[in-house]
Design a protein around this ligand. Structure first.
Ligand code: ADP
Ligand code: MG
Length: 616
């Protein structure tokens, strides 16, 4: 009989193994940073080019390697960290599988330069797709520099599978944060495309968190501290009032290793129950220490999931500890017996008899009057529904004749044969009627029956098409602000916003400054109100964190959707009849009026036949 089984050559086996360890540039970042930590470095720099697709480099001042070790470290199952199986249950290093460098070298061009304390000269090794290209003796200082270029050069399918640069950068920053938060006593630096993204000096945990997430974070943190026989928990939780819609800041570290655990996350969530809104997420930075013998880290190749021997007990301790911290935090003001002087009756009034206040109403006061005068100059096609008044409703159309305006001018309904058909007044229908139901739907009579429109969905559709067009054609109309608005963001937030800077400019935002933690805005898209600009940016960031957009094209699309979502008139908004009609007109000027940007139904008709069926 013919034997058909054979052993795979090493480079093939390595490529297969690499699939498990290296999913994307961020996986390489994690492995290299962890190796540097295991080498006892106290200064680690990460250099990235093109989201890691061109270069990932980690420079450390750790123990370095001898020339022989430098050669051996690229072999599979080559590790200095464990010697026997029992060591697996007493780990104090990040790595132990001896797989990372072998895997990375199998699918990239790698250059290693290293020197340890005992050798005079350093070693440089170039290895490409598991093949050693050269080994040289070089001048070097103690420590190791590993450069990984052209990741997945020999696996085109994997390379093509990589996401856009903003997405891959986001993953890299996430890994960088995790490692940097786990080791606050090590100084970290990250340089992306030549500019410093993070520069984190050695510090304590609180300072590290603040250095990463911005100075405003400091006041949001509530300390956590508990020590029991099975687990000790230290760290911080974010005050409930700062809970966010996105799951941004949730970190568990077990024995200095970032881990994911939905079970422990549940413990945190249940401690926050009743203190935060159901659609928000608690923020936490929790550092657990358990006996290494009581956990198994080796259940997943990337070592981000672990098994605890005493899972239930840890859950209970964690939940109780957090409840205690939260309790201390929210109970504290009540137990503060320093009375608030503001509530005392002023001395001069103490003997006077109180008089019931009278109410005076100016019945002729019209809150919209001055507003509409103020707005008269900047007629807009976007959401000024609240400000619109009956008298000025016609003015909503003024200026739309200019070439730069996107919305088809007044009368579009008559020009569109189908819509014309829809709206043509029937002899039996003396007057077109438009009204709102539950401040959510707009109902209007049409020739054949009625038309029901979801006001929020409809407005999203209008804004979405509008923004998409402005972004593609770069022809948005900006309204200049007298006083620029300045917003403070955390670094990660700024990194996200930066991705959209160009498109935001195309959609009408003008920036006066853009520095370390602040963004100044001097112009905003015509028609939007200054007061919602900050909310728009925050919504954009949280949308991004929740569902990261992909390629360049869909990034425009995604941004337009996000902007439309945050700016569209909300369900519950009262609309004047004219505003209702205006919305209908604009909707029918859209390319796809029947669905929202998220493909939800926006309008529906019911005609006499539908009614007939109901009344049979
Ligand atoms: P592991 O970390 O699981 O041991 P790796 O493939 O990541 O496996 O690394 C193999 C070995 O190479 C390590 O055990 C270590 O001895 C050595 N090594 C890797 N990176 C460094 C570094 N930055 N400094 C010193 N030694 C290193
Ligand atoms: Mg390693």
């Amino acid at each position: 009989m013919l034997d058909i089984i054979q052993l795979l050559p090493d480079h093939v086996a390595n490529q297969i193994a690499a699939g498990e360890v290296v999913q994307r540039p961020a996986s390489v970042v994690k492995e290299l940073l962890e190796n540097a930590i295991d080498a006892s470095a106290d200064q680690i720099s990460l250099v990235i080019k093109d989201a890691g697709k061109t270069l990932i480099q980690v420079i450390d001042n750790g123990v370095g390697m001898s020339p022989t070790d430098a050669r051996l470290c690229f072999e599979r199952h080559a590790t200095s960290k464990i010697k026997k199986a029992e060591d697996l249950f007493n780990l104090d290093t990040k790595g132990f599988r001896g797989e990372a460098l072998a895997s990375i070298a199998a699918i990239a061009h790698v250059a290693l330069k290293t020197k340890n304390e005992t050798t005079e000269m350093g070693t440089e090794i170039i290895i490409e797709g598991s093949k050693v290209v050269s080994q040289d003796v070089v001048v070097a200082t103690k420590g190791t520099t590993i450069s990984v270029k052209n990741l997945f050069f020999n696996i085109p399918a994997r390379r093509n599978f990589l996401k856009s640069n903003p997405v891959e950068t986001r993953h890299i920053i996430d890994e960088f944060h995790r490692v940097a938060l786990a080791h606050p006593s090590i100084a970290f630096k990250m340089v992306h495309n030549g500019s410093d993204t993070f520069n984190l000096p050695a510090s304590n945990v609180r300072q590290r968190i603040v250095n990463i997430f911005g100075s405003k974070t400091n006041e949001k943190l509530v300390p956590v501290s508990e020590h029991t026989d099975i687990v000790s928990a230290e760290g911080f939780i974010v005050k409930p009032s700062f809970a966010k819609k996105s799951r941004g800041e949730q970190f568990f570290f077990v024995n200095d290793r970032f881990i994911k655990s939905s079970y422990l996350h549940h413990a945190v969530q249940s401690a926050f129950e009743g203190l935060i809104k159901s659609d928000t997420h608690p923020g936490y930075f929790l550092y657990l220490k358990v006996d290494p013998k009581a956990i198994d880290i080796n259940i997943h190749p990337t070592k981000t999931e672990i098994k605890f021997e005493e899972e239930h007990a840890i859950y209970a301790v964690l939940r109780a500890t957090l409840k205690h911290s939260l309790g201390q935090f929210s109970v504290a003001p009540v137990l503060d017996f320093n009375k608030d002087a503001g509530f005392d009756t002023p001395y001069a009034y103490a003997s006077k008899t109180p008089v019931a206040p009278t109410i005076e109403v100016d019945r002729s006061f019209n809150p919209f009057q001055t507003e509409s005068k103020l707005n008269a100059g900047s007629s807009s096609k976007r959401n000024t529904f609240k400000e619109d008044t009956t008298e000025h409703w016609e003015s909503l159309y003024s200026g739309l004749q200019s070439d730069t305006d996107v919305v088809v001018p007044k009368g579009i309904v008559e020009q569109d044969p189908e819509a014309q058909e829809l709206f043509e007044s029937d002899a039996a229908l003396p007057q077109k009627v438009t009204f709102q139901i539950q401040h959510k739907y707009i109902v209007t009579t049409i020739k054949s029956g009625i038309l029901v429109i979801h006001q929020n969905g409809a407005h999203q559709r209008i804004l979405y098409e509008d923004f998409l067009k402005s972004m593609t054609l770069n022809e948005a109309v900006s309204q200049q602000l007298l006083f620029p608005l300045v917003f403070t963001f955390t670094k990660p937030q700024l990194v996200i916003l930066e991705n959209f800077k160009e498109q935001l400019t195309h959609s009408g935002f003008q920036f006066s400054e853009w520095n370390e933690d602040q963004v100044g805005v001097k112009g905003i898209p015509a028609g939007i109100s200054e007061s919602i600009v900050e909310e728009i940016f925050h919504q954009l960031i949280s949308d991004f964190e929740n569902q990261v957009p992909d390629s360049g094209f869909s990034q425009n699309d995604w941004l337009a959707k996000s902007l439309a979502r945050s700016m569209a008139i909300k369900t519950g908004t009262v609309l004047e009849t004219e505003a209702q009609e205006h919305l209908i007109h604009q909707l029918f000027a859209c390319k796809e009026p029947s669905v929202s940007p998220d493909n939800k139904l926006v309008l529906m008709t019911m005609n006499a036949t539908d009614f007939d069926k109901k009344f049979m």
